[in-house]
Design a protein around this ligand. Structure first.
Ligand SMILES: Nc1ncnc2c1ncn2[C@@H]1O[C@H](COP(=O)(O)OP(=O)(O)OP(=O)(O)O)[C@@H](O)[C@H]1O
Ligand SMILES: [Mg+2]
Length: 219
C-alpha cells in the first residue's frame, strides 16, 4: 500500500510561543480510515491544517501523494489542493446567499468540472439532499448543513479527505450517519480519510486511531 500522507519531524510554534506540534511523525496509507483523537488544544486542527497546506509548519516536512507540500509555492499548493485534497470544516462555511445546489456548483466552477450540474445533483441524491437543492443553508438542520459541506468536498473528487470535527455540532444519530457515509466513500471510492474527532462513540468506525496529547503523537 502506498503512503498517501507522510509527516516528518513536524513542529508548529505559533507566534505567541505556543508549541502546538512537537516533532510529529505520521504515515497514512492509501485506503485508511484513520481517526485523529486527543483532548481540546492537543493540536488536531493544527495538524490537519498543515497537511492541507492551509498553514505552514515551523519545521519539518509533509508529503501528500508523494508530493512535498511543504516545498510548494502558494499557487502550486492551491492547484495541488484542489486536484487532490478536500477539507471538511466543523463550521461548514456554506455560502448563505446561495442555494444548496449553487454551493456545490460554485466549487464545480472553481475546479472547472464538466457536467457540474449533473454531478452536483448526483452527489445531493447520494447524500439524501435532493429535495433540499433549492433551499438556502439557513433552512437546513445541522446534519443537513454538514452533508452539504461534505457534498461540496466531494465535488472535488478528492483522493484524500481531511475532516476537522465533522460531527462536532451533531447529535450521535446524525454523527453516526455522517460516519457511515464516510466509511462508504472510503470503501466504494477508495478515498483515504483522516478525521479529527472528540467523539469516542464514533471511534469504532476507524480502521486506526492516532492520538495527540499536548502536541505529541501517540500510537
Ligand atoms: N493561531 C494561533 N495562535 C496561537 N496559538 C494557537 C493558534 N491556533 C491554535 N493555537 C494553540 O495551539 C494549540 C493546539 O490548538 P489546536 O486548535 O490545533 O487544538 P485542537 O486539538 O484542534 O483543539 P480542539 O479539540 O479544541 O479543536 C492550543 O494550545 C491552541 O491554543
Ligand atoms: Mg480543533
Amino acid at each position: 500500500m502506498s503512503e498517501v500522507i507522510k509527516v516528518s519531524n513536524l513542529w508548529k510554534v505559533y507566534p505567541d510561543g505556543t508549541k502546538a506540534l512537537k516533532s510529529v511523525d505520521l504515515v497514512i496509507k492509501e485506503g485508511e480510515f484513520c481517526g485523529l483523537m486527543g483532548p481540546s488544544g492537543s493540536g488536531k486542527s493544527t495538524l490537519l491544517h498543515l497537511i492541507a497546506g492551509l498553514d505552514r509548519p515551523t519545521e519539518g516536512k509533509i508529503w501528500v501523494l508523494g508530493r512535498e507540500v511543504t516545498a510548494m509555492k502558494e499557487d502550486e499548493l492551491a492547484d495541488f489542493r484542489k486536484n487532490n485534497l478536500a477539507f471538511v470544516f466543523q463550521l461548514f462555511y456554506l455560502l448563505e446567499d446561495f442555494s444548496v445546489l449553487e454551493n456545490l456548483l460554485l466549487v464545480g466552477d472553481m475546479v472547472g468540472i464538466k457536467d457540474a450540474r449533473k454531478k452536483a445533483l448526483e452527489i445531493l441524491s447520494f447524500l439524501r439532499l435532493e429535495d433540499k437543492a433549492h433551499q438556502k443553508p439557513s433552512q437546513l438542520s445541522g446534519g443537513q448543513m454538514q452533508r452539504v459541506a461534505i457534498g461540496r468536498a466531494l465535488m472535488l473528487e478528492p483522493k484524500v479527505l481531511l475532516a476537522d470535527e465533522p460531527t462536532g455540532n451533531l447529535d450521535l444519530e446524525e454523527g453516526t450517519r455522517i460516519f457511515e457515509l464516510f466509511k462508504h466513500l472510503n470503501q466504494e471510492r477508495g478515498i483515504t480519510f483522516l478525521v479529527a474527532t472528540h467523539n469516542t462513540e464514533l471511534s469504532k468506525f476507524f480502521s486506526r486511531i492516532v492520538r495527540l496529547r499536548d502536541g505529541t503523537l501517540f500510537y
